[in-house]
Design a protein around this ligand. Structure first.
Ligand code: HEC
Ligand code: HEC
Ligand code: HEC
Ligand code: HEC
Ligand code: HEC
Ligand code: HEC
Ligand code: HEC
Ligand code: HEC
Ligand code: HEC
Ligand code: HEC
Ligand code: HEC
Ligand code: HEC
Length: 263
């Protein structure tokens, strides 16, 4: 026998003797062990419970879950549904996949591909992912929300920015993570963000001496990407005498383009 096995044997013998002693003493607990005994041989679990046991510390004790002990009962691990049942969440299988340590029930780590179990509590995000199909729809929730609950990933873990210096806060002005292709943005979005892809337009506009040159792109191209405004949206249907508009129906025939009216 190795020392380790010998120790284990000695310990189990200890449990046997301890139990025999308490049963002999007429203890009400069938198995004889009290919660205060556990710490004599197990130090990790009592420590975990003491520091982070939450309701598993305050509402119940070791022996509500571990009703028996070796050697008389080698299988004293409880099923969670012994005490938790009646909701969709409690019908899940593999509770310990997320609640990996029952002694710290709310320290939740996520190290597998998971989507379905998340939906027992979060439905809005899935609704968006499905309504607005994108590459993000095809990965598991835990591809992004990984390691622990609740973890928020940084876009830049997986993507490079359109332009150096853009951080995640900037990404979120135009993209929503659960519908990334629905690009929308507020009216005060800085033109520099657009310039990352529309450098030519940006330079033209900035060089223009006309009043449009001072506007942010988003003032005209409002809200949703690729929206094109009509000049008349801002200047009214007939800024000039009707005869003039009849002869030259396009504003551009005299004013050129919005980004540089002179051209
Ligand atoms: C005298 C020492 C001793 C005491 C007191 C003791 N245990 Fe154990 N316990 C052991 C040993 C030894 C093992 C076997 C460890 C192994 O196989 O690695 C064990 C195993 C376990 C296991 C693992 C399940 C299994 O069957 O392998 C649980 C759960 C457990 N004990 C809970 C408790 C609880 C709860 C208490 C207090 C009510 C307690 N123990 C008190 C020595 C003790
Ligand atoms: C809410 C129920 C619950 C409570 C309360 C609880 N345990 Fe456990 N315990 C479990 C479950 C479930 C496992 C099996 C964990 C696994 O398989 O990963 C376990 C495992 C163990 C083990 C085996 C080694 C391990 O960590 O997997 C020991 C020893 C143990 N518990 C001791 C204790 C002691 C001592 C207490 C009280 C301080 C206690 N437990 C309180 C549910 C509980
Ligand atoms: C012996 C009964 C019992 C068992 C077995 C049990 N629990 Fe609990 N658990 C409770 C009670 C009582 C509460 C507090 C009331 C509630 O939230 O239902 C609780 C609360 C919790 C909480 C919330 C903690 C808090 O304080 O907010 C989580 C998470 C949890 N349990 C997970 C589990 C998991 C996972 C298992 C299986 C490994 C498990 N429980 C096994 C009795 C138990
Ligand atoms: C996909 C991971 C995952 C799985 C699988 C899972 N849980 Fe949870 N559970 C969570 C998360 C996340 C929370 C919320 C924690 C919070 O409020 O911070 C939670 C909360 C809880 C709570 C406390 C809140 C409540 O609704 O009462 C209990 C109890 C619980 N789970 C028990 C279980 C049981 C029992 C199982 C297995 C039948 C299980 N969980 C399976 C992730 C999971
Ligand atoms: C039992 C219910 C439950 C389950 C299951 C659950 N969550 Fe949660 N989740 C919550 C609660 C409650 C909160 C808010 C409290 C908090 O921050 O801990 C939350 C918060 C979050 C947040 C952060 C919200 C914020 O604004 O910071 C994310 C992200 C999240 N959950 C993702 C997930 C993912 C991914 C899964 C599946 C692996 C999951 N959740 C499973 C209940 C749950
Ligand atoms: C491509 C990565 C990615 C995927 C896949 C993903 N999320 Fe998220 N999620 C995020 C990011 C990033 C945020 C933070 C958004 C913010 O801060 O405004 C977030 C925020 C959340 C929040 C906080 C509330 C909210 O809506 O902002 C919850 C809850 C959440 N996600 C759940 C889920 C669930 C459930 C799934 C799977 C159905 C999922 N997520 C899939 C990246 C992702
Ligand atoms: C865990 C990795 C991960 C995170 C975090 C992540 N993405 Fe993605 N995203 C992907 C993958 C994988 C694809 C598909 C391949 C590609 O286009 O790079 C994708 C595609 C996209 C697309 C194109 C969608 C399509 O269907 O073509 C956009 C837009 C996008 N992501 C924006 C974001 C933004 C914004 C964030 C932060 C809120 C973010 N992503 C966070 C992994 C991630
Ligand atoms: C000013 C708005 C805006 C900002 C800010 C922005 N994006 Fe985009 N992004 C877009 C537009 C518009 C597209 C789609 C272009 C198209 O239709 O092809 C796009 C496309 C993408 C794509 C798809 C692949 C590609 O490169 O075309 C990814 C991935 C992406 N963005 C990630 C990000 C990340 C990460 C950030 C933050 C660093 C970010 N975006 C910031 C507007 C923005
Ligand atoms: C990630 C790169 C990217 C960013 C950032 C971006 N765009 Fe675009 N944009 C594109 C692409 C690609 C097209 C399509 C070009 C084409 O069809 O020739 C486009 C097209 C457009 C169009 C023309 C649509 C049409 O019908 O011709 C407008 C207007 C536009 N973008 C405005 C903006 C504004 C305003 C911003 C800033 C809020 C912005 N874009 C940010 C990539 C981007
Ligand atoms: C005063 C309003 C206004 C401003 C400011 C403005 N645009 Fe435009 N934009 C228009 C109009 C109107 C059109 C349609 C073509 C035309 O009539 O000039 C257009 C067309 C476009 C097009 C498609 C045609 C082309 O020239 O490629 C893109 C892309 C575009 N704008 C991007 C931008 C970007 C990026 C900015 C900021 C740097 C910006 N716009 C600022 C009004 C504006
Ligand atoms: C989002 C609203 C908006 C759109 C769309 C728009 N404009 Fe303007 N435009 C303005 C504003 C505001 C001014 C400045 C008015 C002032 O200060 O008196 C202006 C000024 C002008 C001026 C005077 C230039 C100057 O520097 O004095 C002309 C000419 C003009 N716009 C033509 C056009 C034409 C042509 C289009 C379409 C191609 C157009 N605008 C689209 C809002 C807009
Ligand atoms: C036949 C050529 C022509 C056409 C077509 C035309 N304009 Fe003009 N517009 C002018 C001239 C010339 C001026 C300068 C007149 C002045 O300084 O009073 C002008 C001035 C303007 C001004 C500036 C007015 C001010 O008070 O500073 C606006 C705004 C304007 N036009 C908008 C439009 C819009 C919108 C359209 C299309 C619906 C349009 N124009 C069509 C020739 C034209």
């Amino acid at each position: 026998m190795t020392t380790k096995r010998l120790n284990r044997f000695a310990c189990l013998l200890g449990v046997g003797l301890l139990m025999a002693a308490t049963i002999f003493a007429g203890n009400a607990l069938a198995e004889g062990l009290l919660p205060t005994d556990c710490i004599k041989c197990h130090d990790k679990q009592p420590k975990d419970i003491a520091s982070n046991g939450l309701s598993h510390k305050t509402e119940i004790s070791c022996v509500d879950c571990h009703e028996a002990h070796r050697p008389s009962s080698p299988n004293n691990i409880p099923q969670c549904n012994k005490c938790h049942e009646g909701t969709a969440h409690f019908d899940l299988t593999g509770c310990l996949n997320c609640h990996n340590n029952p002694h710290t029930p709310k320290v939740i780590s996520i190290d597998k591909d998971l989507t379905e179990p998340c939906l027992t509590c979060h439905t809005d995000q899935m609704a968006q992912l499905q309504q607005y199909e994108s590459s993000h729809t095809r990965v598991a929730c835990s591809t992004c929300h990984r390691e622990r609950h609740p973890f928020i990933p940084d876009c830049l873990h997986c993507h490079s920015p359109h332009k150096e210096g853009m951080d995640m806060k900037v990404c979120l002005t135009c993209h929503k993570p659960h519908m990334p292709l629905e690009v929308t943005y507020p009216a005060e979005t800085p033109s520099e963000y657009c310039a990352a892809c529309h450098d030519d337009v940006y330079s033209t506009l900035k060089a223009s001496k006309f009043k449009h040159g001072k506007f942010e792109c988003a003032k005209c191209h409002q809200d949703k990407h690729k929206t094109i405004p009509r000049c008349q949206d801002c200047h009214g249907e007939n800024p000039h005498p009707p005869a003039m508009h009849e002869k030259f129906p396009q504003c551009g025939q005299c004013h050129g383009i919005a980004h540089d009216l002179n051209k």
